[in-house]
Design a protein around this ligand. Structure first.
Ligand SMILES: *Cc1c(COP(=O)(O)O)cnc(C)c1O
Length: 389
């Protein structure tokens, strides 16, 4: 039978307890998640600054729709690039201190675009082992050689680079700024130096750092004491801390001009709706200026880690909004998430292949929408369940 792997592989997934389906959430994203007519405390959202359902942004989207309609009507290079996109671009350039940037409808396509655009047969792509699937997949499909260095291990990166000192092609090193499943941060300074010494380009995917880390939320590179323009490619998304959706790739004017002219994922797709670009501009302004959101989030992170330590709950090495509770075994992790759900806490069990074997975890995310009592209740519940298991 044609394509009979479909049924077979679904069956295996199901038997392994790895079958997935979408949850239908009701209403707005926020402190609570409503699903199946039940209300849960939401510890699974990437809406770190609590902007996704902010009344000012809901208004902005409505106003944007009145001003610009709901759709862009075309790809950016045809008629889809509106004043709203130009304003967003200008706003981001100023906030982040980058020379030029290109907007994308998703971070996934932005990452595919960059890798496809830059890397050819004799080139070398070196990625942190825990980089996001969008980067890994693009690297696997590209025509270049791809190597992976052990997570945040710059000594391993050095040895890979030394082994390829004579390589004739271009070299691109890619790391996330804040790692999506572990919440730890990349050694940006050291990556920067290695790239410099080896005549390589460095790309930072800061999907989880933008808005949360660095002065005025300027991200992980600024947090590390460098400028966003110090790396050749700075990429981040609007769907996490900024609360909306979409992404950008920033770099030199000539790199962005080249991307605009030669990248198929940029050229052959309908432009981000201008009302959405208008909303993202407002979200950018709020992210930059409303420091209280970051202050509150960082104080929640501190409380969460202290409460976990009090109850001897093992967390990952993270000072960011992503706080993994490491369990190890996949079934135990799933079991913990299910019990928490019964108690009214929405958390996500992350299992292989998303994370390495034997490192299944609850990925807890904290947001500005939480209150201290929410965290304490969650920690108490986790502690009780783990001690019963
Ligand atoms: C979420 C994410 C992406 C993809 O961005 P989308 O806009 O959601 O497609 C890329 N990289 C990292 C590290 C991410 O966490």
């Amino acid at each position: 039978m044609a394509f009979d792997f479909i049924e077979q592989q679904l069956k295996v997934r199901y038997q392994d307890g790895l079958y997935r389906k979408c949850t239908v959430a009701d209403g707005q994203q926020g402190r609570y998640l409503i699903a199946d007519n039940k209300t849960y405390l939401n510890f699974s959202s990437n809406d770190y600054l609590g902007l996704a359902s902010d009344p000012a942004l809901i208004k902005a989207w409505q106003k944007g729709a009145e001003l610009f309609g709901v759709g862009s009507g075309g790809s950016f290079l045809v008629t889809g690039y509106n004043q709203a996109h130009a304003e967003l671009t200008a706003q981001l350039k100023e906030w982040l201190g980058v020379e030029a940037l290109a907007l994308f409808s998703s971070g996934y396509s932005a990452n595919q675009a960059v890798i496809k655009l830059l890397l050819n047969k004799h080139d070398l792509l070196i990625q942190d082992k825990l980089n996001h699937a969008s980067l890994m997949e693009a690297g696997t499909l590209a025509d270049c050689k791809m190597l992976r260095f052990r997570h945040n291990d710059t000594a391993h990166l050095t040895s890979l680079l030394n082994n390829h000192k004579e390589a004739e092609g271009n070299k691109l090193i890619i790391s996330e700024g804040v790692f999506s499943m572990d919440g730890d941060t990349a050694p940006v300074q050291s990556l920067y130096q290695q790239a410099q010494e080896n005549n390589a380009w460095l790309m930072i995917d800061d999907a989880h750092g933008l808005g949360v880390s660095g002065r005025n939320g300027q991200g992980s590179i600024v947090e590390a004491g460098l400028k966003n323009s110090d790396v050749q490619i700075y990429m981040a998304t609007f769907g996490k801390a900024l609360g909306v959706g979409g992404a950008f790739v920033a770099g030199s004017q000539s790199f962005i001009d080249y991307l605009t002219n030669f990248s198929k994922p940029y050229i052959y797709t309908t432009g981000l709706p201008p009302a959405m670009a208008y909303t993202i501009t407002q979200a950018t302004k709020m992210t930059e200026s409303e420091q209280w959101r970051r202050d509150k989030l960082h104080s929640l992170i501190k409380t969460f880690r202290e409460s976990a330590a009090d109850k001897c709950i093992e967390l990952g090495e993270s000072q960011t909004a992503v706080q993994p509770v490491i369990i190890g075994d996949s079934r135990r992790t799933l079991n913990l998430a299910e019990k928490l759900k019964k108690l009214g806490f929405w958390t996500t069990a992350i299992r292989p292949p998303t994370v390495p074997v034997n490192s299944a975890r609850l990925r807890i995310t904290l947001t500005t929408n939480h209150e201290i009592e929410d965290l304490k209740m969650l920690i108490d519940a986790i502690s009780r369940i783990i001690n019963e298991q």
